[in-house]
Design a protein around this ligand. Sequence first.
Ligand SMILES: NC(=O)c1ccc[n+]([C@@H]2O[C@H](COP(=O)([O-])OP(=O)(O)OC[C@H]3O[C@@H](n4cnc5c(N)ncnc54)[C@H](O)[C@@H]3O)[C@@H](O)[C@H]2O)c1
Length: 313
Amino acid sequence: MKNVLVTGGAGFIGSALIRGLLEEPGVERIVALDNLLTGHERNLAEVNNRIEFHNADIRDLAALEHLFTDIDVVFHQAAIPSVPRSIDDPQLTHEVNINGTFNVLLAAQRRKVSRVVYAASSSAYGDTVVLPKIETLVPRPKSPYAVQKLVGEYYARTFLDNYGLATVCLRYFNVFGPRQDPASPYSGVIALFCTAALAQRAPTIFGDGEQTRDFTYVDNIVQLNLLAARSPTAPGNVYNGGVGARITLNELWSKLQELEGLDLPPRYQPGRAGDVRDSQADLGAARRDLNYDPRIDLTEGLRRTLAWYRASA
Ligand SMILES: NC(=O)c1ccc[n+]([C@@H]2O[C@H](COP(=O)([O-])OP(=O)(O)OC[C@H]3O[C@@H](n4cnc5c(N)ncnc54)[C@H](O)[C@@H]3O)[C@@H](O)[C@H]2O)c1
């Protein structure tokens, strides 16, 4: 793994992955591409003299083919990553999440990239009776976003079977940490809750707050990507990326209030279409095949995240 490229490199997870890759032995050249739709150049501010950044769109196949020249591993993070946004705008999210992912795979195959590691999503599972969710469950996507991310997995597998392109799919559960953008109504819940806590403002919870999530600090997901990029047996497989625990949104807000010394009841609004009720990752496959070991737990992750939002306010 000498030359690597991160799509969505100016986004929350992509920019954390780039920081991980900068520490990775053997990595010599890091290319980031992003069209800055939800990402920001500031996310790469203190590392941008050590990487190459290109303002490019994954819907532009020619640009991808050009940028993928001599690349060994592509980490495909670029997407419009939101369930409610995909319901509001199914066409745009389809074009980026499905057509864009197809282009990434096609360009990788044409440029003889050795491996593509794809950011898939736990939303593919939908509402399952079984918890924790294991990769062998039949997917039951509930939103355009969940379908789109799942189609990416199917394409990734198809490119391996038909063209020999090594692909690995990582189904991230709810990822949080520094640089997650809190500024949009489509933002991740921890970004919204942390910034609400720091502003001593009550957050909005959609539904009764008893829905559960496997909240995963971003460094765990970086570790998973680096392992998936190197493992000789990973190609062709789908792996969950979480911490293997779950808490309710009500418990999450209580925890943040405890950490910040607050007493502010949340505001409730009706539940949102497409939202999954419960989510928790089975990590058996990732631990067994990849030696994945998520070291940062929720409380430590929240401490680090709050500290980051506080410092960057
Ligand atoms: N954050 C989570 O909890 C989570 C969970 C499951 C899966 N994922 C997946 O992880 C990946 C990264 O998500 P994130 O949370 O960092 O979100 P993010 O919005 O911060 O990152 C996505 C990046 O993709 C870029 N992008 C969007 N459309 C593009 C296009 N057409 N061409 C080039 N770049 C484009 C955005 O500008 C942004 O920088 C996504 O693929 C998402 O589906 C995230």
